[in-house]
Write a protein that binds this ligand. Sequence first.
Ligand code: ZN
Length: 320
Amino acid sequence: MSQSNHFVLALDIGGTHFRLALADQKGQLLRQCKGHSSPENGPEQAIERIKDAATEMLSGLEPGSVRGMGIAVAGLITPATGVLLTSPNLLSWYNTPLKEIFEKELQLPVWVGNDANLAALGEHRFGAGIGCDDLIYITVSTGIGGGVITGGKLLTGSSGFAAELGHMTIDLNGPRCNCGNVGCLEAMASGTAIARLTLEKLSCGEASVITDLVAGDLTKVTARVVGEAASSGDAVARAVMHTAATNLGVGIVNLVHIFNPELVIIGGGVSQSGELLFDPVRQVVAERTIPDYTVRIVPATLGDDCGLLGAVALVAGEYF
Ligand SMILES: [Zn+2]
């Protein structure tokens, strides 16, 4: 078999670490490494580490055997120029021309995408969305992000900023969101929102096993702890999960009516809560969606590899 353009270099840059992988176009991660992204020091040191790791990873490969590099990063990216404009996790990386830097350093074509947009591509090509060309991916973790694939193409919008699904308004008078607006889906259904809703209930004196799980230190209340408590039957935790899942369901109803997807894929840490999340979401969608619409709502399957595999899909696929 010809090795021409067979491999893809994939990079996922997070708020604390980066992951780099050499993959084939079937999504097999053949070589992998990890390093600190150290955002407190600006981008230069991390970029140097990534460049060195990439050079080592590419050593021994035939010239022309690598199709290109895909980069997944949280934040707003200009697709054509591959400039990272702003990132919530990497504040000091604003206006970093990632495409230009790595094309020059590695002598490969480079594509850069928002990590949640790319996770949508990863699930489409390698995960829960195989064979489905109209899908929406939503990641629910600390924040909420997503990607929309319609007719097999990624929706980018006029500036490349489309599908900031976490910032659709769910409640005109809702809680303040990190984006500055109020009542965003992210402020009402994310892991951060789950922790906040739980603290509100505990501060009202409601009894819960959560207090024991964090040994009385309420600063340690996270969505993961609330999920554990809910799984064990704790009433406060179950009520909070139900509220967050209902809010998420309302957001999905809006998306279903706008985009008419066949499939909605939910990923991110909070999706690990399983039926505690999915049952109320499916119920709300069934109750509130115009009956002629049909949509399946399923968990993501790529887990922590969604960014890397999304970067592979970005390079290997035809999404624009
Ligand atoms: Zn917002």
